[in-house]
Write a protein that binds this ligand. Structure first.
Ligand SMILES: [Zn+2]
Length: 241
């Protein structure tokens, strides 16, 4: 399917982040620990209303729980994805994850639906700031031009995805004749948000966890994503010999 496809779009999900060793806040133990530590759930803190009223607490959480993680390099799966993109097996990668991992591993055509914590800006004057600007202070980072609080260029809970970004993602989905879902299931937020735009009829899911929605895929490959992509690369190289 991948070999014969004209245009393959990849939806890169949660498990790829976990395979890279990134913390993923899910229901259960970890979210309870967050609530214990900050007095609020991660969803409450990482929201637009919390940001507008309790910036110092927002930034304490943001620095400790999210920015700390960026020192972890992208896992093998992301490099394999970049390799497959370069070889023309994939055309576009779409993710909701904020850590900029596909791009850091060398992927070129990436749509970050929920933005990236590597980009920060002043909502008042638009001036942009690198991630270090947020990391190198334990206060609220303020804009050097106008003194307003700088914010990460990500979608907080309670905010809408930028229309232009959705349009770009939808256009890519409409071009695709193969859809490859990596490290998540078809009922995830990522898939629910986008599969409605897909007009092709070939659907592949690679995920370590089985899920009832996988029966809707043409191929469900139960595996870690990095292992599976590694096997696809070996297959591709064999074909090229
Ligand atoms: Zn400003």
């Amino acid at each position: 399917m991948l070999k014969e496809s004209r245009y393959t779009v990849v939806l890169s999900g949660r498990a790829m982040l976990e395979e890279s060793g990134y913390p993923v806040v899910r229901d259960g133990g970890e979210s309870y620990a967050i609530e214990e530590k900050y007095g609020y759930s991660a969803e409450e803190i990482f929201s637009s209303s919390f940001f507008s009223t309790r910036k110092q607490q927002f930034y304490d959480f943001y620095r400790n729980e999210l920015l700390q993680a960026v020192d972890i390099p992208p896992g093998k799966g992301y490099y394999e994805m970049a390799r497959l993109e370069e070889s023309g097996i994939f055309q576009t990668i779409i993710t909701r994850r904020l850590f900029h991992l596909p791009s850091r591993a060398g992927c070129r055509n990436v749509i970050e639906l929920h933005g990236s914590i590597f980009r920060n800006y002043c909502p008042h004057c638009g001036r942009e700031y690198p991630i270090e600007y947020i990391r190198n202070t334990d206060k609220i980072p303020l804009c050097q031009s106008c003194g307003q609080a700088v914010r990460p260029d990500v979608i907080l809970f309670g905010e809408m995805v930028d229309n232009q970004v959705i349009t770009r993602a939808a256009t890519e989905m409409q071009k695709a004749d193969v859809l490859l879902v990596l490290g998540t299931n078809l009922k995830s937020f990522l898939c629910s948000q986008l599969t409605g735009y897909y007009e092709g009829d070939k659907l592949i899911v690679i995920d370590e966890e089985d899920h009832f929605s996988n029966k809707d895929a043409d191929i469900f490959w139960q595996s870690r994503v990095d292992d599976a992509l590694g096997e696809i690369i070996i297959e591709m190289e064999r074909d090229n010999e």
